[in-house]
Design a protein around this ligand. Structure first.
Ligand code: ADP
Length: 457
């Protein structure tokens, strides 16, 4: 039963229940009709015996009796007989197999049963004057009744296999029709599972109700899977593309430096280029690793409660020290003592990436403001610069991996187009949001909102 398909299981259950119901119905009909027939024939027997008793003309004065000449001892299945008070047969008779010496019981319907058959008997006492009386008896053989019951049983026996066949056939075709979308669903899921065609969807044209809901759910899941696979594929191809350029630069510089006639000065210059490319690659690799980690649900960092105001100030000061030569003016408008629940190191990476971008895409002697303040149960952090700004058509895409709106600051500067993708991934992982407002030529303001934790630990 375990290995039987759902289709057959439902069909067998359906057929079984149908057969049980029909058998019960048949049984019920059989017993009702039997009872009705019995009570009808009992009534007819009673009437017939009374009629027969009426045929005996009794002379009470002389205590004698006489039967009509045209009396009939058999009528409509009933055999009549007449007995004296001692039970001696005077006229008529009983069926051959009828047991001898059965008690004569006036006005009571008796059922006599033995191995030879089954009879219904009714007796009437006819007073003949004085102490004398006669017995009139009617015996009705229950043969017709049993024959009827047998006919019904035979009918059931013939109907049963027919019923089983029809129930199986109809049940199977109904179940097959109902389960067709599920089969389709399995086939599509299998094809997708084998990686054959991710664009396949389950056809929902004629499907209704719960199965439609199931098919829609699966189709949404397939669409999400397809998008995820496409992102993954894009990410891998972009990452290998980004790594290919520095590797080929390193290779050509190394080959050039190894030439026997290259000057020591040229060798030094080549090595410096190699070092710069290697540093860029190492930065890119650590960013790729970070993104890969944040993509994997299994390596979610442990959450801790920490002072985000203090963290923002620390990162700002460090950035100020690192970028002294650009003479950028840093301003902080930080509401102290704000706490969030999350990963401290990742949150520092968010501030760092936003401030690095603000410096990089800001003006020489430009101005950067870092704001941190509470807002409707969230901590709102803004990094605003008065730099080159972003054209409106790029605004939606700058959060995508490897997307660079400003091609002037090419990948040669270590810009991989991953900084903002990392920011978004970390912020969303901590239940927050990230957005940007920008005017080309005037500057940009990046805003992140993170859920605020109650108070200091
Ligand atoms: P990148 O490594 O290129 O800086 P990011 O993901 O950090 O990658 O940024 C994506 C793109 O968004 C950048 O190429 C740049 O064009 C734009 N961008 C990011 N921050 C700023 C900013 N503060 N001002 C202007 N443009 C910015």
């Amino acid at each position: 039963m375990k290995k039987m398909s759902l289709k057959w299981k439902i069909t067998l259950w359906y057929a079984g229940i149908l057969i049980l119901l029909v058998t019960l119905l048949f049984g019920f009909l059989l017993s009702i009709s039997g009872r009705l027939l019995r009570s009808e024939s009992d009534l007819a027997l009673k009437d017939a015996v009374w009629d027969f008793a009426g045929e005996a003309e009794v002379d009470r004065a002389h205590e004698s009796w006489e039967l009509d000449e045209d009396v009939r001892f058999y009528e409509k299945g009933v055999l009549f007989s007449l007995y004296d008070a001692q039970g001696n047969l005077l006229a008529g008779g009983v069926p051959d197999a009828f047991p001898k010496g059965t008690t004569l019981k006036a006005y009571a319907m008796q059922e006599i049963k033995d191995s030879a058959g089954k009879w219904t008997v009714y007796d009437v006492a006819i007073p003949c004057g004085g102490e004398k009386f006669l017995w009139a008896r009617g015996v009705y053989e229950d043969e017709t009744l049993t024959a009827m019951e047998q006919a019904m049983l035979h009918m059931l026996l013939v109907a049963c296999p027919l019923l089983i066949a029809v129930a199986l056939l109809v049940g199977y075709s109904i179940t097959r029709g109902a389960l067709l979308p599920i089969e389709e669903l399995c086939r599509t899921a299998e094809t997708i599972g084998e990686g054959k065609d991710l664009s396949l969807r389950i056809p929902t044209g004629h499907t209704q109700g719960e199965l439609r809901q199931l098919a829609d759910t699966f189709n949404h899941m397939f669409a999400r899977l397809e998008r995820a696979f496409e992102r993954e594929r894009q990410f891998t191809s972009d990452a290998s593309h980004e790594l290919r350029t520095p590797v080929s630069v390193i290779r050509s510089q190394a080959e050039y430096a190894l030439l026997p006639d290259s000057e020591p000065e040229e060798k030094k210059e080549g090595l410096e280029i190699i070092l710069k490319q290697a540093e860029g690659m190492s930065r890119l690799l650590s960013r790729l690793l970070l993104l890969a980690r944040s993509d994997s649900a299994r390596t979610r960092p442990a959450k801790e409660k920490f002072d985000i105001s203090a963290l923002a100030l620390d990162v700002l000061e460090e950035m100020q020290n690192r970028t002294k030569e650009r003479r950028t003016e840093f301003a902080a408008d930080i509401c102290p003592g704000l706490f969030i629940c999350g990963d401290r190191e990742s949150t520092a990476r968010v501030f760092c990436n936003l401030l690095e971008n603000a410096v990089q895409y800001g003006k020489e002697n430009g101005r950067i403001i870092l704001r941190v303040f509470p807002e409707q149960g969230m901590v709102n952090c803004q990094v605003e610069d008065n730099g080159i700004g972003i054209e409106p058509e790029h605004l939606d895409n700058i959060w995508n991996r490897f997307y660079r709106a400003d091609t002037a600051h090419g990948s040669g500067n270590g810009n991989s187009g991953l900084g903002l993708a990392i920011v978004k991934s970390i912020v969303e992982q901590q239940g927050g949001t990230a957005e940007v407002r920008s005017r080309p030529g005037e500057g940009s303001c990046f805003t992140i909102r993170l859920p605020k934790a109650d108070s200091a630990p």
